[in-house]
Design a protein around this ligand. Structure first.
Ligand SMILES: Nc1ncnc2c1ncn2[C@@H]1O[C@H](COP(=O)(O)OP(=O)(O)OP(=O)(O)O)[C@@H](O)[C@H]1O
Ligand SMILES: [Mg+2]
Length: 250
């Protein structure tokens, strides 16, 4: 069982202070990734250099196949690059042992997949609590945090429902509540609005923007959706595995 005492603390490793708003919390240096299936190789990413600062709301966009999901997977430590490095909260991912990487993910990252990945037999509250249980938090505290996060996403009254008893948008909100519950430094979300109607997507984005503004949660999203791009403070456009352009907005 993991607990807070074993969490990776960047300061304990002598890494730079990444706690303050505006500090760099993700750095990708010269990242490359090739997938090989049989005799066919696809160069999914090449020469990606990118940093993310604490408190940013960053959006990755670009055509299908441009490398958005691959890049999010590398930043989340769900896959490994074949060249270059990814550093998250001062830790270089490919230097971490398996359990250190799992710990870093558990305490510092929230990951929201397009297909929510909720556990069907658990209620919304239990889905949110599960990650807190893995963190080793006591039952009472878990319940309180889960209910607060469900309230943050407007679902406290539906906390006892199972995923199948919730709409797609409500399930996506549970996935976000689960991602924010451990108090991560960074939330990675791959096409978070893709399976939602435009009204539900809009309220989900407002929620993320509010979490960003009010709680300083850093977001890195991927999307095809113009509606999502509107919310981005910074937009990075990928094409054929490379950064094509970068735009900062107010
Ligand atoms: N597991 C895999 N095995 C082989 N090739 C892959 C794999 N995952 C992705 N690719 C290829 O790598 C390239 C980048 O894919 P990626 O999924 O990162 O693109 P994307 O920008 O997320 O696309 P989409 O907008 O369709 O989700 C594509 O050419 C894709 O076919
Ligand atoms: Mg994708």
């Amino acid at each position: 069982m993991t607990n807070e005492a074993t969490a990776i603390k960047p300061e304990a490793s002598g890494a730079e202070d990444t706690q303050a708003q505006g500090q760099v919390i993700v750095t990708c240096e010269n990242l490359g990734k090739t997938y090989t299936t049989g005799k066919v190789s696809v160069r999914a990413l090449e020469g990606i250099n990118l940093s993310v600062r604490r408190g940013e709301f960053l959006c990755l966009c670009g055509p299908s196949g441009s490398g958005k999901s691959t890049l999010l997977n590398l930043i989340g430590g769900l896959d490994t690059p074949d060249s270059g490095t990814v550093t998250v909260v001062g830790r270089e991912l490919n230097k971490l042992k398996r359990d250190e990487l799992a710990n870093l993910r558990l305490h510092h990252l929230g990951i929201v997949f397009q297909a929510f990945n909720l556990i069907p037999v658990l209620s919304a509250r239990e889905n949110v609590e599960m990650v807190l249980q893995v963190q080793g938090r006591p039952a009472k505290e878990r319940r309180a945090i889960a209910m607060r996060c469900l309230a943050d996403v407007g679902l406290d009254e539906l906390a006892d429902r199972r995923p199948a008893e919730l709409s797609g948008g409500q399930q996506q909100r549970v996935a976000i509540a689960r991602a924010i519950a451990p108090g991560p430094d960074l939330i990675l979300a791959d096409e978070p609005s893709a399976s939602l109607d435009s009204r539900t997507a809009e309220s989900l984005l407002e929620l993320m923007a509010e979490l960003n503004a009010r709680h300083g949660v850093t977001f890195v999203l991927s999307t095809h959706d113009e509606q999502v791009m509107k919310y981005a403070e910074r937009l990075i456009r990928l094409r054929d595995g490379r950064v094509e352009s970068e735009e900062t907005r107010q």
